[in-house]
Design a protein around this ligand. Structure first.
Ligand code: HEC
Length: 145
């Protein structure tokens, strides 16, 4: 009797876990802002002074001025090009870094196929640091100037 009860509660427990895992999978595209590194507190963040140096080092190998065919049709070497976005349109929501797809991608959240830089890339570019992501977030939140 007891073992039967135990078994049935075990089974329903497993079913519950499976259902939760499924539900979790569906919500994959909505990024929980708590999973993103916090925005930097620095004021007056601009593309020219703070962001372009990060992009130059970590993104230009694939999205730069010398890239023959910029990946995802995205160039990151001028502010204008960054705001225009790539083949999927703008990757930033000016004023809202938490909802900007680029921030999810560089924070390695959401679809792993979209992580930037792509993990284990041929150009050997490593992931951005929390501080760099924080600066990019502050820049977007402050209007992406
Ligand atoms: C080693 C090459 C490589 C590096 C380095 C790299 N990317 Fe990418 N990026 C890609 C590829 C490839 C795609 C296209 C992916 C696809 O279409 O599925 C892409 C696409 C993107 C997109 C989506 C463009 C669109 O609108 O479709 C964004 C945003 C992006 N990258 C941002 C960055 C940022 C920011 C950096 C630097 C921190 C970076 N990438 C570094 C290869 C790279």
């Amino acid at each position: 009797m007891l073992s039967k009860l135990l078994r049935s509660s075990l089974v329903s427990g497993c079913v519950l876990i499976a259902v939760c895992a499924l539900a979790d999978d569906k919500s994959k595209t909505a990024i929980d802002p708590k999973l993103l590194p916090p925005p930097s507190t620095k004021q007056g963040v601009t593309y020219a002074t703070d962001i372009q140096p990060i992009f130059t080092k970590s993104c230009y190998p694939c999205h730069g001025p010398k890239t023959q065919k910029p990946k995802g049709k995205l160039r990151l070497d001028t502010l204008e090009a960054v705001l225009k976005g790539g083949e999927d349109g703008p990757d930033l929501i000016v004023g809202d870094s938490a909802k900007s797809t680029m921030v999810a991608q560089i924070s390695q959240q959401g679809d792993p196929d979209d992580y930037m830089p792509p993990p284990k890339n041929k150009a050997n570019v490593g992931p951005l640091t929390k501080e760099q992501i924080g600066l990019i977030r502050a820049w977007i939140d402050q209007g992406a100037k």
